[in-house]
Ligand binder design. Structure first.
Ligand code: SF4
Ligand code: SF4
Length: 476
């Protein structure tokens, strides 16, 4: 048993190395943000106006003509800006700039914090701090987004994003003085960005770290309530720069690192089941949300269920439901029945269950093999660590599957469709390779060395390739 704890997380980075890293690249970036942080409220105000214009105004406008483009009608522009640009670029930006969206631009997080400064200051209840809350919130928002048609109808977009904004403000107003309880405990986007942030090159590291591991602490200066001196994980850090003071001997400093470094060192970076659940459940539900629209089998089963409802007089299935729950837009020739709601939600839940069961079994197999081949720690710990190997493939799946608007707009501006397909295939191939690399690094740190790593890599490879194949229809 010779697993490598020394490299799990190098908490005591020598001063010279810190100075070298900071001074060359990170230093100027750090100094720039610290100098200009006072402009943040203005940026938030502008973003709030952009949010209202793009999300809350379009439902009150007449529908665009079929030939209208983004520059002809605000609704078309809003749809393009959100799904063609914001969503895919937000996911990709995490690799280069971490959660800069959250700390610098997001109007929802900012509104939550402003509300929190003037609110009730109650202690967050246990249902809110429960680690499963953001996972649940992600699942509910993703399924509701599909049934209400968030990527097609401005009303659904206003409901989902407006509802998220309202929840952020209410939770901020109720709980934690001057902090962002919504961002830390419940935001589905924050969860997504947090997990992928572990792959990114930006990290804020304590200058004088204390042992004990990460924990939640609402008495710190950090808006997402990170116990700053004990910080080892990046997922909750929204890059607000409030803990950074270049001249001070304490606080945190900005460090640029190798992509994926934190996942390689995951054993010492607070691995936890809520993120693994998100990768498996969230990845599965997103896949279901994409597949139901492209799989002929879905329509076959829907027709069979409809026929069964008619023959058995189950009439409620053949009626339309409330428009906040499902797409009811006769003027756009789209009216969902309860039948559609049940089918879409059921299909997504089923895909999620199969996806989660498959990836869990494969990760368990890898963790078991790791133990047999020299890996240290408990089976559960090895399972948690190896679950993170799927982070790159999950990220690329979401970019390509749900951020398809970006690739569509590439073809609209004249990039050949074959080239766009090649780009998607390249992204998938890259993420499969990266996932495999991460699995290898995690296994080595568990103590599996030399050629013994190869058999333990096989279950993860099967899982990664299976995920890529499941998203195959999104490639073309
Ligand atoms: S966690 Fe959510 S609400 Fe908070 S800043 Fe990030 S995206 Fe915005
Ligand atoms: S760790 Fe620092 S930069 Fe990150 S969110 Fe907390 S205060 Fe902001």
């Amino acid at each position: 048993m010779n697993y490598d704890f020394h490299h799990v997380h190098d908490r005591n980075i020598p001063d010279e190395e810190r100075a070298r890293l900071s001074s060359r690249f990170a230093g100027p970036i750090e100094a720039f943000f610290v100098r200009h942080i006072r402009w943040l409220p203005w940026i938030h105000a502008v973003m709030f106006v952009v949010f209202v214009t793009l999300i809350l105004v379009p439902p009150f406008l007449p529908d665009p003509a079929e030939t209208d483009g983004p520059l002809d009608h605000l609704s078309v522009f809003s749809n393009f800006a959100i799904w063609g640009l914001w969503f895919p670029l937000l996911l990709l930006s995490v690799l280069a700039t971490g959660r800069s969206w959250c700390g610098i631009l997001c109007p929802m997080g900012a509104a939550s914090e402003y509300a929190s400064k003037h609110g009730m200051r109650l202690t967050p209840p246990r249902w809110l701090t429960w680690p499963g809350t953001p996972v649940l919130s992600f699942l509910v928002v993703t399924i509701l987004g599909q049934t209400a048609g968030v990527r097609t109808h401005p009303e659904a977009s206003a409901e989902i994003f407006g509802g998220t904004m309202a929840a952020a403000i209410v939770l901020g107003w109720l709980f934690a003085p001057g902090k962002r309880p919504w961002c830390r405990h419940a935001c589905p986007i924050g969860l997504l960005l947090g997990v992928f942030n572990r792959l990114g090159v930006v990290e804020f590291t304590p200058k004088r770290p204390e042992p004990g591991g990460d924990r939640w602490n609402d008495k710190t200066a950090c808006p997402t309530m990170i116990d700053l001196k004990r910080k080892t994980e990046s997922r909750h850090c929204i890059e607000c720069f409030r803990c950074v003071s270049p001249q001070a001997s304490g606080g945190l400093y900005l460090r640029l690192r190798r992509p994926g470094e934190e996942v390689e060192q995951i054993a010492g970076r607070n691995p936890n089941i809520s993120e693994i659940l998100f990768l498996f459940l969230g990845g599965g539900v997103a896949l279901g949300g994409f597949l139901w629209g492209v799989m002929p089998l879905f329509n076959t089963v829907r027709d069979a269920l409809g026929l069964w409802a008619i023959e058995n007089d189950v009439t409620w299935l053949l009626h339309s439901g409330p428009s906040w729950l499902m797409s009811v837009h006769p003027e756009r020739r789209e009216v969902f029945l309860w039948l559609d709601f049940v089918m879409i939600a059921g299909f997504m839940a089923m895909t999620m269950a199969v996806f989660t069961a498959g990836l869990s079994a494969l990760t368990l197999a890898a963790a078991w093999l790791s133990g047999k081949l020299g890996g240290g720690r408990s089976l559960w710990q090895r399972f948690l660590e190896l679950g993170y190997q799927f982070t790159p493939i999950a990220m690329v799946s979401l970019v390509i599957g749900l951020g398809g608007g970006l690739f569509k707009s590439m073809t609209v501006i004249g990039i050949p469709a074959e080239l766009v397909s090649l780009l998607k295939i390249g992204l998938f191939a890259g993420s499969v390779t990266w996932s495999l690399w991460l699995a290898w690094r995690i296994l080595v740190r568990q103590g599996v060395t030399g050629a013994k790593v190869l058999p333990a890599l096989v279950p993860g490879l099967i899982g990664t390739v299976a995920v890529a194949l499941a998203w195959w229809p999104a490639l073309f």
